[in-house]
Design a protein around this ligand. Structure first.
Ligand SMILES: *[C@@H]1O[C@H](CO)[C@@H](O)[C@H](O)[C@H]1NC(C)=O
Ligand SMILES: *[C@@H]1O[C@H](CO)[C@@H](O)[C@H](O)[C@H]1NC(C)=O
Ligand SMILES: *[C@@H]1O[C@H](CO)[C@@H](O)[C@H](O)[C@H]1NC(C)=O
Length: 479
């Protein structure tokens, strides 16, 4: 461990060299060109960090150009450069040991700390944080222009946008924004496809999926299900709930559920009415109902308990502000709980990696602005991006959807529900088709299922939770 750190540092110091400085952007990399990284000032005073790894397995084949994967982490506010890279798919793990399942076996990797404020990315004024997925996509498009237009080798590789969790909403919007820039001649890039892994594409469909899923696998009972999903007397219930909410607010009492009124239905109404910020609050309230009804199931794998959450929260203790940040707090705990010998991802990224990169400003802390990123997007968090997926399909872009069987937060049940809402002309045929089972190597055990019709590809990954990439990447073979 000690020794590998020293070697690692030495290598990085020796090979550090500045590559270009255009405007306020800057970049650096290793001497052999296998790694490049830098900042792009995507808007004045808004700086986005990226890190590119060239695969040692890269082969030149004009018939099958070597792909590049842009990895988009969720959150909002989770760092792709940190979590996606060191905990999921990059060449080194959090002990800086080689990861033998790295996706570099199949593709080059490009990580971006997106949106600005995430990871090493930073804004000099918090007003510059993005408030919508489209704003994030515009910044990412600017980053792609800066990175790809200068590099003819990268331009020859198709770019696959691969997303996890909230990253799916950026991926859908970025796909469209990048296509537009390509069509306008502003971006020199070939878009290979968009992959949505356990992605938060339709919050409404996910909140409706939690109750039935957890009831079917015995993790909540009838009463928990009633609170989360069942609704009765809808017309009067709406009026009732409004009155109820006013009362709660006035009394400063925490949200309590009127009997027989479904919180999921309430969230749907808020989304339909365009009250997205309120829907974000209700979402976290529903999470609390599910948590307490299930004796704290892990939202990222229903076979587990929520051991990730450092503070054991009950609905009564939650203030709304804290509740909104549940997911980002989860990610924070993920950041500080990794590394077998007590090393946290924070220590790694703010220590030896920051030194290696050599261009991170002294006063920029990895993850320092991450919580603000989530708060700033609270008004877009619950907005669906099904239409964007539809547009991508209509434009002929390959869209791959993959989902872990054990995930709760972006449950397969919810993913299937939003897929069924697509207006895409191939949908009917797609839905009527049989799935094909998938195996790994000589193993006889079914590892998943897949189905493809035209440019829509779906993978059901058995035994995986929310973080599918940590388990197995069979869908990679399609790239
Ligand atoms: C990769 O890692 C797994 C788990 O640690 C191990 O079982 C396997 O043998 C490794 N494969 C190679 C090629 O090193
Ligand atoms: C870091 O310091 C510089 C110069 O003192 C300042 O301009 C910049 O805004 C600071 N950045 C952050 C993220 O605090
Ligand atoms: C979509 O993927 C298929 C292979 O699955 C490939 O043959 C086709 O060229 C891809 N289409 C586009 C537009 O990239």
């Amino acid at each position: 461990m000690e020794k590998s750190h020293v070697v690692f540092l030495l290598v990085s110091l020796l090979f550090f060299l500045p590559l270009f400085r255009g405007g306020f952007s800057c970049a650096a990399g290793t001497q052999d060109g296998s790694e490049l990284w830098g900042y792009v000032e995507v808007r004045p005073k808004a700086h986005m960090f990226w890190w590119y790894y060239r695969s040692p397995h890269r082969v030149q084949d004009p018939n099958k150009p070597w792909p590049i994967i842009l990895w988009l982490q969720g959150g909002p506010g989770a760092s792709g450069v940190g979590i996606g890279n060191f905990e999921e798919v990059g060449p080194l793990d959090t002990d800086l040991k080689p990861r033998n399942t790295t996706w570099l076996q199949k593709a080059d990797l490009l990580f971006a700390d997106n949106p600005v404020g995430t990871g090493y990315s930073f804004v000099e004024d918090t007003k510059l944080l993005v408030k919508t997925d489209e704003e994030a996509a515009a910044d990412l498009t600017t980053l792609l222009i800066e990175v790809f237009n200068r590099n003819e080798i990268l331009q020859q590789s198709p770019l696959y946008i691969v997303a996890e969790s909230y990253g799916g909403k950026y991926a859908a919007t970025l796909g469209l924004s990048a296509l537009k820039a390509i069509e306008a001649g502003k971006l020199k890039l070939k878009l290979g496809g968009v992959a949505l892994g356990d992605s938060w594409i339709s919050p409404e469909d996910f909140v409706f999926s939690w109750g039935p899923l957890l009831r079917d696998v015995s993790r909540i009972d009838h009463s928990g299900f009633e609170k989360s999903n069942r609704f009765a007397f809808l017309g009067c219930a709406c009026v009732f709930v409004l009155a109820y909410l006013c009362m709660c607010t006035r009394n400063g009492v925490e949200f309590l559920l009127p009997e027989k009124y479904s919180l999921a239905q309430h969230i749907k109404q808020q989304i339909d009415d365009g009250h997205f910020e309120e829907a974000t609050s209700s979402w976290s309230e529903l999470e609390d109902v599910i948590s307490t009804s299930s004796n704290f199931v892990d939202f990222y794998n229903f076979l587990l308990d929520s051991g990730m959450d450092p503070v054991s929260l009950t609905a009564a203790e939650l203030s709304r502000g804290i509740a909104m940040k549940r997911y980002s707090r989860y990610l924070t705990s993920l950041r500080s709980s990794v590394g077998g010998d007590g090393d946290s991802l924070d220590t790694l990224l703010n220590g030896v990696i920051k030194k290696k990169l050599n261009i991170i400003p002294e006063n920029v802390t990895w993850g320092g602005q991450s919580d603000l990123v989530f708060t700033s997007l609270a008004g877009d968090f619950m907005r669906p991006r099904i239409n964007e997926v539809d547009e991508l399909l209509a434009k002929g872009v390959n869209v791959t959807v993959y989902n872990g069987q054990l995930d709760v937060i972006c449950a397969t049940k919810g993913t299937e529900a939003w897929v069924e809402k697509l207006k895409w002309e191939g949908l009917e045929t797609f839905l009527s088709m049989e799935r094909t089972p998938m195996y790994c190597g000589n193993d006889k055990m079914t590892k998943g299922y897949t189905k493809t019709y035209r440019n829509l590809h779906f993978y059901w990954i058995l035994g995986a939770g929310h973080f599918v990439s940590q388990v197995k990447p069979p869908y990679l073979s399609t790239f």
